[in-house]
Design a protein around this ligand. Structure first.
Ligand code: PLP
Length: 388
């Protein structure tokens, strides 16, 4: 009998699907998946509609992406981070950040290399590493502050280390790494000649005085960093799956060589809209943060009213809440209970850890607050039933 390949055989259907199905069955408010339940800005949608209808964007885009989008990515990196990116040889447009990360790993990491992951991590990283035959080396963030232990970080680096995947602002903890934290990582990357694959998809989602510092801007890091980002989070168009990778041409060449045989080219009309979106005025980002600050505050009030302990996230639209005061089981049992009995779905973060470190996330649940304000208020009312 034909069977599925070994490289996917161990990948069970994720707990995300189970929780989504349970949420539907029990009519739960779904704060599980990081998927906004409100629409994208109408002018950004209109830019895509115009591109669909102008007769110029319905066939393959250039493999690297349209020059106007690559120019917009370079301008955006210059405007926000003072980076000098070459739009012709330093940018590749990808099918979302997910493809950007996979193509970066394919193009920059060899079989047998070690790649450092900070836990809890975004779930596509580990299967990607297994497919390319690289070995993940895990360094956990420690709750409740979600900080690195410098000794554990240093111990993860060795002559076998080829790359580190760094996600800041960080899903699911909501941490935004400080200059000092980034400097620690950067110094080790330089000492061990390691590449950084910077997953910056939440680059515009930081609260209050917190600012996102791209690893590519740290001293000595530009030449060894590829930065991956996408339209999904910053412009509320997760369904478009349009992303990019930028960095020094010497590294971006590797990403491009992989990308040309992974997808060849990304969705063409959305690239016209991306050029428009990436050129939004500063007021767009101010309004975006004002909107998300209200949502974050509603989420924090809901958790507080439920007796769930959480530190307000510095960035992203996720928060990790400690349920140990109100529930005795593990994270999966809590997520099932919350969805079935309380009517609010969340994600058990055990899936973002290697088995050895799963215990760290055992008493936490991840909530996504990229939802309508009324939805968050309604979730708060339901969650209040939890309080003992
Ligand atoms: C940390 C992180 N990286 C990458 C992605 C994937 O981004 P995209 O939808 O652009 O592929 C996500 C989406 O949730 C994410 O949270």
């Amino acid at each position: 009998m034909p069977a599925i390949a070994n490289r996917v055989a161990a990948l069970a259907t994720t707990v995300f699907s189970e929780i989504n199905d349970l949420a539907l069955e029990h009519n739960a408010i779904n704060l599980g998946q990081g998927r906004p339940d409100f629409d994208a800005p109408p002018d950004i949608v209109a830019a895509e509609v115009a591109a669909l209808q102008d007769g110029k964007h319905n066939q393959y885009a250039p493999g690297t992406g349209t020059l106007s989008m690559r120019q917009a990515v370079a301008n955006h990196a210059g405007r926000f981070y003072n980076l000098d990116i070459d739009p012709k040889s330093g940018v590749v447009v990808t099918a979302g950040a997910t493809e950007g990360i996979f193509s970066s790993l394919l193009g920059l990491v060899n079989q047998g290399d070690e790649v450092i992951l900070i836990e809890p991590y975004f779930d596509s990283y580990v299967p990607n590493l297994h497919w390319i035959g690289a070995k993940p080396v895990y360094v956990p963030l420690h709750p409740p502050t979600w900080t690195l232990d410098p000794d554990e970080l240093r111990a993860a680096f060795s002559p076998r280390t080829r790359a580190i995947i760094l996600n800041t602002p960080q899903n699911p903890t909501g941490r935004v790494f400080t200059y000092d934290e980034l400097k620690l990582i950067a110094d080790l990357c330089i000492e061990y000649d390691v590449i950084c694959i910077a997953d910056d998809v939440y680059e515009h989602l930081t609260f209050g005085e917190t600012r996102h510092i791209p690893m590519a801007t740290m001293p000595g890091m530009f030449e060894r960093t590829v930065t991956v980002s996408s339209l999904g989070k910053s412009y509320s168009v997760t369904g478009w799956k349009l992303g990019w990778v930028y960095g020094p041409p010497a590294l971006v060449t590797g990403v491009l060589r992989a990308h040309q045989f992974v997808t060849f080219a990304a969705h063409h009309p959305a690239q016209a809209a991306a050029a428009y979106a990436l050129s939004q005025p500063g007021t767009y980002y101010e309004d975006f943060l004002t909107m998300y600050t209200v949502k974050r505050d509603l989420m924090m009030a809901a958790l507080d009213g439920a007796g769930l302990k959480a530190t307000a996230p510095e960035g992203t639209y996720f928060v990790m809440a400690d349920f140990s005061d109100v529930f005795d089981g593990d994270d999966v049992a809590f997520a099932r209970y919350l969805t079935r009995e309380i009517g609010v779905a969340c994600i058990p973060p055990g899936v973002f850890y290697c088995p050895e470190h799963g215990e760290i996330g055992r008493h936490f649940a991840r909530f996504a607050f990229c939802k309508g304000d009324d939805t968050l208020r309604a979730a708060g009312e339901r969650l209040a039933q939890l309080k003992r």
